[in-house]
Design a protein around this ligand. Structure first.
Ligand SMILES: C[S@@+](CC[C@H](N)C(=O)[O-])C[C@H]1O[C@@H](n2cnc3c(N)ncnc32)[C@H](O)[C@@H]1O
Length: 200
């Protein structure tokens, strides 16, 4: 993988912490704060999402970046979360073992998000949900043209993030049902709660 901001934990936190305060923190709380049961967070990064979960969530979290996981360790220890090195496209868990899979700003970076959706569907229990906070394309012509133009440079700077992905459309194309889908910032940011095809 290319090395960019997402592979350099101190730089990632330096950029994200003020952004989080301004934009993401409130959404993280709203989305993930009341989740209960066995939760798998994919793409945990440096663990910025970990302290939003309530005490009734038992958290397992994975990432493909060893440096990020090392940085997430103190946050995971403080929250009592189990973190491990794993690829969301090939999850090392048996079928139907989580009530929720969560992802915060992750589907933009996963190389093959279709594979990840198949794996998430596999590890979710009946009645389980995928809950996501994602930045996406806007579905408006002019801003999306800008996102498409910026994407090649953005991908190099960030280390693999696609600024122009349409994650809600991807889920629907794979047969997922969106129970809830909210747009913020003109569509640049989305919150999604979805159930996999086999559970509809
Ligand atoms: C933008 S960061 C988000 C980190 C964290 N979720 C947050 O909210 O700050 C994207 C993360 O997804 C991880 N990631 C990308 N592809 C992945 C994959 N195939 N499996 C697991 N994690 C992945 C990256 O290593 C990175 O930590």
């Amino acid at each position: 993988m290319m090395r960019g901001v997402e592979q350099i934990p101190t730089l990632y936190d330096l950029i994200m912490l003020p952004l989080d305060k301004a934009v993401f923190e409130q959404r993280r709380q709203q989305l993930f704060g009341s989740i209960k049961g066995d939760v798998l967070e994919i793409g945990v990064g440096t663990g910025l999402n970990l302290d939003v979960y309530g005490s009734q969530a038992q958290i397992t979290a994975v990432d493909i970046g060893p440096q990020l996981l090392a940085a997430a360790k103190p946050r995971a220890r403080q929250r009592g979360a189990n973190i491990l090195l794993a690829d969301a496209q090939q999850l090392p868990f048996p079928d139907a073992c989580f009530d929720y899979v969560t992802a915060a700003l992750v589907f933009c970076t996963i190389p093959n998000p279709v594979l990840a959706l198949q794996e998430i569907a596999r590890v979710l229990r009946r009645g389980g949900r995928l809950v996501q906070l994602e930045h996406t394309r806007t579905n408006h012509v002019v801003p999306d043209a800008v996102l498409n133009f910026a994407n090649p440079v953005w991908k190099v700077l960030t280390g693999g993030c696609h600024i122009n992905r349409d994650t809600p459309a991807l889920l629907m194309a794979q047969g997922w049902h969106l129970l809830d889908h909210q747009r913020y910032g003109g569509g640049l940011l989305r919150t999604i709660e979805a159930v996999p095809p086999q559970m509809i």
